[in-house]
Design a protein around this ligand. Structure first.
Ligand SMILES: N[C@@H](CCC(=O)N[C@@H](CS)C(=O)NCC(=O)O)C(=O)O
Length: 246
């Protein structure tokens, strides 16, 4: 049964789970409006729409219905629009498990590595909006903002170095998902879209791009989210932190 009610995705522009939801709606051919909320004000606006404590994006309204969080949204649109399944028969539970991992562990990892790299190259913060290099005043602002993200996401150099050490294993794990038929097949699964959107974001960091080379993770990121620009040039992290795949 096609969805006939108005569908609106409440998002923040660089958010990887929002991009995953957008890609799922497009794949399902569900017409929707993407609404970017103003950063900062998004907290109150989200709570007003989705309920107390639901401050983060994405949220999806389907007529009067409110669905909060990417994994709830994926599940709901699958129920409402089961054609072109995101959880294919036979591997549905395994796909869901891989999706939950991607929306949890991998997503957080993406935040720490990206904000981690930008700390060392704050003048690159505008690149996601097409500004190649911020001017000195812009860089002052960027430094303050990036420091606030470190505090918010509990980023430390110790954690980032540990994350970078774990990354080759995570890329291998995604190759394992591909071998098990959970991702990188003919049609996208929920796991493809959740993994792909975070890997796309991660691979904008020049230092970690080589870790993805030739992997299923890189293939799904590019296939579903397009060519990956280098937003933070290689050399941001101390070289000894970066580990390649064996
Ligand atoms: N795992 C959740 C994560 C939601 C989340 O952390 N969203 C971020 C954007 S990627 C957000 O709203 N950040 C702003 C904030 O925390 O206030 C999901 O997939 O829905």
């Amino acid at each position: 049964m096609p969805i006939t009610e108005k569908v609106t995705l409440h998002a923040l522009p660089p958010s990887h789970p929002c991009k995953a939801v957008g890609a799922a709606l497009e794949y399902k051919e569900i017409e929707y409006e993407w609404v970017d909320l103003p950063y900062g004000e998004h907290i109150g606006m989200m709570e007003e729409m989705y309920g107390e404590g639901k401050t983060r994006v994405p949220g999806l309204t389907i007529g009067e219905e409110r669905v909060h969080g990417s994994t709830n949204i994926f599940q709901r649109i699958e129920e409402l629009s089961p054609e072109k399944p995101l959880y294919p028969e036979g591997v549905a539970d395994e796909v869901r498990e891989a999706e939950l991992w991607a929306a949890g562990d991998l997503q957080d990892f993406g935040r720490r590595v990206c904000w981690g790299a930008l700390y060392f190259r704050p003048e690159c913060l505008g690149r996601m909006n097409g500004i190649d290099e911020l001017d000195p005043a812009g860089t002052d602002f960027a430094m303050k903002f990036i420091r606030s993200t470190w505090k918010y996401h509990n980023v430390t150099c110790e954690k980032v170095a540990e994350d970078l050490g774990r990354l080759p294993g995570m890329v291998d794990q995604i190759d394992g998902f591909a071998e098990a038929g959970l991702v990188d097949g003919e049609n996208p699964t929920a796991a493809d879209l959740q993994i792909g959107s975070t890997v796309w974001t991660l691979a904008t960091v020049g230092d970690v791009r080589p870790v993805f080379e030739g992997s299923a993770a890189a293939r799904v990121a590019e296939r579903y989210f397009g060519e990956i620009p280098e937003l933070v040039p290689a050399g941001a992290f101390p070289a000894s932190w970066v580990k390649l795949r064996a």
